[in-house]
Write a protein that binds this ligand. Sequence first.
Ligand SMILES: [Ca+2]
Length: 367
Amino acid sequence: MKNSHLVLTGLALITFLAGSAHSQQANESSSSEFGATITNNSAAPKSAPEGMVWIPGGEFSMGAAVNGHGSCEMPMASNDSEPIHRVRVDGFWMDKTAVTNKQFTKFVEATGYVTIAERAPTKEEFPTAPEENLVAGAVVFAPTDHEVPLNNYLQWWNYVKGANWRHPSGPESDIKGKEKYPVVQIAYPDAEAYAKWAGKRLPTEAEYEWAERGGLSGKTYAWGDEFRPNGKWMANTWQGKFPVKDTGEDGYAGLAPVARFPPNGYGLYDMAGNVWEWCSDWYRPDYYAQLAKAGGVAVNPQGPASPLDPSEPNEKKRVHRGGSFLCNDQYCSRYIVGTRGKGEVNTGTNHLGFRCVKEASTKTAGR
Ligand SMILES: [Ca+2]
């Protein structure tokens, strides 16, 4: 770590003032057996938007069971993935893949948009920050040169001046020849600006999980209960000693182009692994408990009204989903479907991207 922590902390103070509606609770109980998946009969609208697939609406058990709180058994869901609770979402279109560098370039060329990581924080915004920390940049993973205790992520994350979506690992890196890689170093407002330009929006956390499950119910992974069915790698994750050496046994040490692993049951690629993806919900660890306490079925939940991460209460975070190429069975097995991630809204990293969803034009909103 060099000058990073103060800058990171400072960046967190640039708040993004977006509203977020309360979820709506349906009073009726589900007539299904708990744990079963109900998919409604909503047919896909006839013409699919380019690069998107129709995700039929349905009802499901959202979240993931945490194996033995306090144990180190892997794979392990994050503690905030419980309680599992019933959720219903309406049908929607979803991008088959994360937004690529090629797609994001098209957006920037059309609009002149400048991402958060490309803008230098100002003295007015951070009056107490030293001048040398007011630099444009983003957070980059750096492997350690020796084994370290996995109790402090600042050992392998650095704030790097000049890192942004065009230079994902810092000024010396670029995206030449990487048109089909997911765009990374994207802050939440950047993802939202792209979605608006594309006539789309970001998925809610419930939509993401429902889509990731791909029509399966109660499975550990988006493709079933086995991490490697018949020995096949199903997602881009980390092999080898974390965070020292990614051996890339799944074919990719680091980021992979989109759609290099099998799609799930809905035809969606990389819903687990490769890059974390922004969801529109504010993050609170107790949100699922709030929904479960309300009872019934949460219909199109939109996330809590405001963010709160007790471990970093001054930062405004939204939900991340899906895990990344850094996820592994030693530290963070967040390629499990139903487990959660979170991130400060103005912080981009080189393992964080996004994809969009779009509502059917004929759909009547259930909220
Ligand atoms: Ca990999």
